[in-house]
Design a protein around this ligand. Sequence first.
Ligand SMILES: Cc1cc2nc3c(=O)[nH]c(=O)nc-3n(C[C@H](O)[C@H](O)[C@H](O)COP(=O)(O)O)c2cc1C
Length: 247
Amino acid sequence: MTTTTSTAGADGIYVLAAHPHWRDSRVNRQLLAAARAVPGVQVNDLYGSYPDFSIDVEAEQARLAKARLLVLLHPIQWYSAPPLQKLWFDDVLSYGWAYGRGGTALQGKDCWLVATTGGPDASYHPQSYNRYFFDAFLPPYEQTAALCGMRFLPPLVFHGARSASDAEVAAHVDVFAQRLGSYPQWPELEELDACVACPVPETDRPAELDDADKAASAAFYSATARGLASMSAANEENNNNNEKGTA
Ligand SMILES: Cc1cc2nc3c(=O)[nH]c(=O)nc-3n(C[C@H](O)[C@H](O)[C@H](O)COP(=O)(O)O)c2cc1C
């Protein structure tokens, strides 16, 4: 399990850091290190904790129940969260726990998206290649939080993660660390309304997955993860052989 907690300080903050390839990360890797250095913050490297995509739902719910602020830290991939973060939503935010009848575990907590994009700020514009302002991609996050009774705090987004200067990256990492250290004393929080209530009628509740369905789903993800890992190992070996061949 790749979770870390430092003692004393910003209690009640749970950072979920999801990056499929930490080795290639320029910005999120530094944000992860900064979060780990803030006393009291609990940090979970999702891909490190669940390389087989088999999420420990009970453990995750226990961590969330203790937290006051959930931080979603990841690169934007295809205008959304990386796949393991998405699976975490699917598995952990269950009916009757996070939302729906009796699902009050997250009511009154805060949710904060801290994301990076490859596209620079100017690319998120109707006249540029991303065609929409970045805010247009936020409703799925915002409504996920709202359905669970969480306030969705103004996101901290770093655009142009590949092209930004080292100084810009360092300044951003500082802002993130400072924010974690000072939560919940953020001026803008005073102006934020409480989360709107989103009761889900009984008639709309999802079908229960039985144990066989759950086992089949876990086996599918596990097999997929193993397949991806071996493809990636084979590719790496191929690349190495090619490099040797052309040397
Ligand atoms: C599969 C994949 C999908 C991506 N999709 C987007 C995207 O939709 N929008 C965007 O601006 N950047 C996209 N990117 C770029 C990443 O967001 C960018 O590389 C990342 O934020 C950089 O952070 P890092 O230095 O921590 O890796 C994508 C990258 C990958 C690998």
